[in-house]
Design a protein around this ligand. Structure first.
Ligand SMILES: [Zn+2]
Length: 436
């Protein structure tokens, strides 16, 4: 039977409501003050944010390295906005992750991340505040909770699909992160939710003393990038659809704002100062981006040169050496790949990807002790990644620690039963003479 679209939607809505009735509680929305049905209580929401924030940070290559000044600055601006929001008292956290993508995201419970790629495209604190305030709006209106509530029904399908850890074209390494943290990042907001987050963001900006022109400028920047470098902003625009109507509404709001607020100059001095270290590193990031473009074209020799240059220009970011290792690996220069991978992991000991890559390459080169160290560290930083766990278990098996190996294989079979890696783990368990 073919139902007309509106009726189908109503029917789906009804079914979801019925399902939810069995599971859900009611909660008061902090923004509207109305009762709403959600699967999560506030304590659950806060616990979820606290649990997955470290993981979503890792999926985005960890924190921007060695730049506490920038982290403090973003955190200060974020808290200034959160204080005047509808939920001043939840444990807000703000960080800048080491991704060149233009993106921002909020987890339930007030955990918010901006990418360094986003901030690099901005010129003032007001612009940055506009993105932070918008994300805060998603949290205060509990959009991600509503999304997650709905998402529970679809995320089972999404969770298996995984999320690329880096934008470079190294799928062979299998650096994919799936699971709840990954699917949280892939939720996209509805148009209504975007409208509401814009409106709330505007209110928080004005209440905190920012010029709402910052919101318009940010939207215009997104539109420019969407034309010139669509690949870098795709994730942002798919989670936060930017319609012409949103841009126009932002302009209308500015026009309706008193001149005392909308006429004040944008705050640039503190912003430029906070970005000084990033600016110094720009040549290294540019070399990295050139390397990425060359690697994408499978020109690994030229890519390796750029990554080497990036690492020599700025040694504090292990990703450069990690990408160099992957390029060397592609060219079958295994010894050089191994050395570069160790360099990357030593420079960024607190980041998943360099440790995973170093572990995988050391495993391949049969240095199982080093492989155990790197993969074990990676497993702590971003738990339960099937590929990492499989290699970790195999490293234990290869170095004769059969019981530890079996426990890791078992964990993998139980945690991601449908993955290819779990099938491999089950096979190894049988070969070793263990039952599941
Ligand atoms: Zn949004």
């Amino acid at each position: 039977m073919k139902l007309p679209e509106p009726m189908k939607n109503k029917l789906v809505g009804l079914i979801i409501l019925l399902c939810l009735g069995l599971l859900a509680g009611c909660a008061v929305n902090p923004v509207t003050g109305q009762q709403e049905i959600v699967l999560m209580s506030e304590p659950q929401e806060l616990a979820m944010g606290a649990r997955y924030y470290p993981q979503t940070t890792q999926i985005n290559n960890g924190l921007v390295p060695h730049d506490q000044g920038l982290q403090n600055y973003v955190s200060r601006v974020g808290h200034k906005l959160a204080r005047v929001s509808h939920r001043p008292d939840i444990p807000w956290e703000f960080n800048v992750v080491n991704s060149d993508q233009v993106n921002a995201f909020a987890l339930p419970g007030g955990k918010i991340s901006l990418t360094r790629g986003l901030i690099a495209n901005m010129r003032s604190e007001d612009e940055m505040a506009s993105v932070l305030a918008h994300e805060i709006g998603h949290v205060t209106a509990r959009h991600s909770v509503a999304q997650y509530t709905r998402g529970v029904f679809v995320s089972m399908a999404v969770a298996g699909a995984g999320l690329a850890l880096s934008n470079s074209d190294y799928k062979e390494v299998g650096a994919m992160a799936a699971g709840v943290a990954g699917s949280l990042l892939m939720l996209s907001y509805s148009r209504d939710q975007e409208r509401q987050a814009d409106q709330l963001g505007y209110e928080y900006m004005v209440n905190a003393g920012y010029n709402p022109v910052g919101q318009v400028k940010t939207f215009e920047m997104f539109q420019r990038l969407h034309k010139s470098e669509p690949g870098f902003i795709a994730a942002m625009l798919s989670s936060h659809p930017l319609t012409d109507e949103r841009v126009q509404t932002a302009r209308d709001r500015v026009a309706a704002t008193s001149r005392a607020i909308a006429g004040q100059p944008l705050q640039t001095a503190g912003f430029q100062k906070a970005l000084a270290a990033q600016k110094q590193r720009r040549p290294a990031y540019e070399a990295e981006a050139k390397g990425d473009a060359l690697a994408k074209k499978k020109n690994y020799a030229a890519a390796a040169k750029e990554y080497r240059r990036a690492a020599d220009l700025y040694g504090g970011d292990g990703l450069f050496a990690t990408k160099l290792a992957l390029a060397q690996y592609q060219m079958k220069n295994y010894d050089q790949a191994m050395r570069a991978s160790a360099e990357g992991a030593e420079a960024s000991p607190g980041v998943y990807l360099p440790n995973f890559v170093a572990g995988a390459i050391h495993y391949k080169m049969k240095d199982f002790n080093k492989a155990k160290d790197y993969l074990g560290r990676a497993d702590k930083l971003l738990p339960d990644q099937p590929r990492n766990q499989l290699l970790l278990a195999a490293s234990y098996e290869q170095s004769g620690q059969r019981r530890t190996a079996a426990s890791y294989y078992r964990r993998l079979v139980n945690q991601a039963p449908k993955s290819q890696e779990a099938a491999a783990a089950a096979y190894r368990l049988r070969q070793m003479g263990y039952k599941r």
